[in-house]
Structure formats: structure tokens, C-alpha cells
Design a protein around this ligand. Structure first.
Ligand SMILES: Nc1ncnc2c1ncn2[C@@H]1O[C@H](COP(=O)(O)OP(=O)(O)OP(=O)(O)O)[C@@H](O)[C@H]1O
Ligand SMILES: [Mg+2]
Length: 273
């Protein structure tokens, strides 16, 4: 079933190597033209390996509307028909991926745009009841390692392959979590159009699992943010030392975002990594 695995050209994850940072850019953040320059500076300053994953909800919305295709959200995920999936792939792995990679390249980052379907990078299981939506993402990271080995920064569309090689729409927050865990990332930064997880109009400096569950249950954290917080918590539990939900301010030296911790007040086991 699986494609022949190319020989890794860079050290395998987990061996002695540079620290890994994963950035996830949401659709709304992608439409902020002023984000690219500070993002490029932040990426250049990490001093380790970087991979970027992007969403693109708003762009998908517009393309689906233009094509007259209906779609709706269920618990932060877009229910996706086969026709809508074609449009999702066009938008995410096409326009959004290429625009972000080109924008970063112009800002001095050696970016290479790929999708989860390239090199067998992301494989997912169809999520019952959602159409062409995938979850439980498995990562085969050789293409990312090869790009790092050649000096490139991979920019990844979350469109993934299903069991038969078909395209599946995977929430970008979940794709970022999967990549962060598989690549033994030290840092995972979710960049959205808000400066952090907000309660009563103010962004929280930290958020632990118990409070997150309560805030989601009472509806203070909703929709895309609820799913993002769940993915962020999962990443923290799976050993990513620094998991942050932030906005443009973080890149410009302002509010650094909401640090997500596996339990209230805890840091992760691999803080020193
Ligand atoms: N408590 C909360 N704090 C902050 N944002 C919240 C909260 N509850 C709901 N939200 C909403 O969550 C949105 C961010 O999630 P959303 O899924 O829309 O964006 P994204 O994940 O950055 O982009 P994409 O889904 O395209 O990848 C915010 O714009 C905000 O409207
Ligand atoms: Mg989202």
C-alpha cells in the first residue's frame, strides 16, 4: 500500500539534531498582508529546523461560494462532499500554499510548498459522518527531512491521503499537531487572527487542561478555537515543550500568546529539550 520509502538525507527525528519549530498559520492570519515580514524574521531567528502548516478556511469558503457548493461546520471541522473536496484541494494545496510559499520566499525564507499528499507525508483515516474529512493523522516525514537537508523550509498544506490514496480534508491544527509530535518539535506556535485564547475580552497568559475543558463546556471557547485548544493540549501531552496560541502581536514583540500546558501550572516533561 505505502510508497517506497526514500532513504533519509537528514538525521532521523529523535537523533541529535537541531531543535524543531512548527508554525501553523490560520486562514484569517494568512490574509493579513503585514504578517509575512515579521513571520519571516521569526522563522529566521529560530536557529533550528522549521516547518509551516497552513489552514485556509476563508479562502475555501469563497471558492465554494463561487462554485455554488454548500458546506457546513460540525465541531470546528468542515463537512466535505467529494465535489467540495476538489475545491478544498484547489484552494489549500494550490492558491493558499503557493501564495504563502512565494510570500515567504520573497521575504527571504527559502520556502518550498508541498501538501500532505506529497511524498506520503500525511495519511489520515476518514472521519465517519463528515464526508471527505480525515483525522488520526500519521506522518511519514522523509520529505520534510529531505527539504531540511537541502536547506529548505517546508510549507505544508494539510490536505492528506486516505487509505486508497484519495484526498482528505484534515483540519490544519490537527496536521500541525501530528507533524509536531512526529518531528519531536520543541515548539508549536498556532498563529491565528486573535492574540490568544480570550476570556472576557482578555487573552490568557496560560491555559491548562482542566480550565480549557470548563471554558469549552461553558461555550467561552468555541468553534475553530475549541478544536485548536484540544489539538494544542494534545501536543503538550505528547511532549512538545512549548505550545502557544498567538497572533501577530507575538511576532512583533507584543503579547506572546496563550501558553497551553498539559495540566494547570505544569510544564511539559521535555521542557529542556
Ligand atoms: N475564547 C476564544 N478566544 C479566542 N478566539 C475564539 C474564542 N472562541 C472562539 N474563537 C474564535 O476562534 C477563531 C480562530 O479559529 P479559526 O478556526 O476561525 O481560525 P484558524 O484556525 O486560525 O484558521 P483556519 O481554520 O483557517 O486554519 C477566532 O477568530 C475567534 O473568532
Ligand atoms: Mg481553525
Amino acid at each position: 500500500m505505502s510508497a517506497r520509502r526514500p532513504k533519509p538525507v537528514a538525521p532521523a527525528p529523535g537523533s541529535a539534531r537541531l531543535p524543531v519549530s512548527v508554525y501553523k498559520l490560520g486562514g484569517p492570519a494568512l490574509e493579513d498582508a503585514g504578517l509575512l515580514a515579521p513571520l519571516a524574521r521569526d522563522v529566521a531567528a529560530t536557529g533550528g529546523h522549521v516547518v509551516l502548516v497552513h489552514g485556509g478556511g476563508r479562502m475555501i469558503e469563497r471558492l465554494l461560494a463561487t462554485l455554488g457548493l454548500e458546506s457546513h461546520f460540525v465541531a470546528g471541522r468542515r463537512s466535505t462532499s467529494p465535489e467540495a473536496m476538489e475545491a478544498v484541494e484547489m484552494a489549500l494545496s494550490g492558491r493558499v500554499n503557493k501564495a504563502l510559499a512565494a510570500g515567504l520566499q520573497a521575504a527571504g525564507v527559502p520556502a518550498a510548498g508541498i501538501s500532505g499528499r506529497d511524498g506520503g507525508l500525511l495519511r489520515a483515516t476518514p472521519l465517519a459522518g463528515y464526508g471527505c474529512v480525515g483525522s488520526q493523522v500519521l506522518v511519514q516525514p522523509d520529505l520534510v527531512l529531505a527539504l531540511w537537508g537541502a536547506g529548505f523550509v517546508p510549507v505544508v498544506s494539510p490536505v492528506s491521503s486516505g487509505p486508497a490514496g484519495e484526498a482528505l480534508n484534515v483540519n490544519a491544527d490537527e496536521a500541525a499537531l501530528a507533524l509536531g509530535a512526529a518531528l519531536f518539535a520543541r515548539r508549536l506556535v498556532y498563529l491565528s487572527d486573535v492574540d490568544g485564547v480570550r476570556v472576557g475580552g482578555e487573552p490568557l497568559p496560560t491555559l491548562g487542561a482542566a480550565r480549557a475543558a470548563a471554558l469549552i463546556a461553558e461555550g467561552t471557547i468555541q468553534g475553530g478555537m475549541a478544536l485548536k485548544v484540544e489539538m494544542a493540549l494534545d501536543a503538550a501531552r505528547r511532549g512538545v515543550a512549548e505550545v502557544v496560541i498567538a497572533g501577530r502581536a507575538r511576532l512583533e514583540g507584543g503579547f506572546p500568546g496563550t501558553r497551553v500546558l498539559p495540566e494547570t501550572g505544569q510544564t511539559t516533561a521535555q521542557e529542556a529539550r
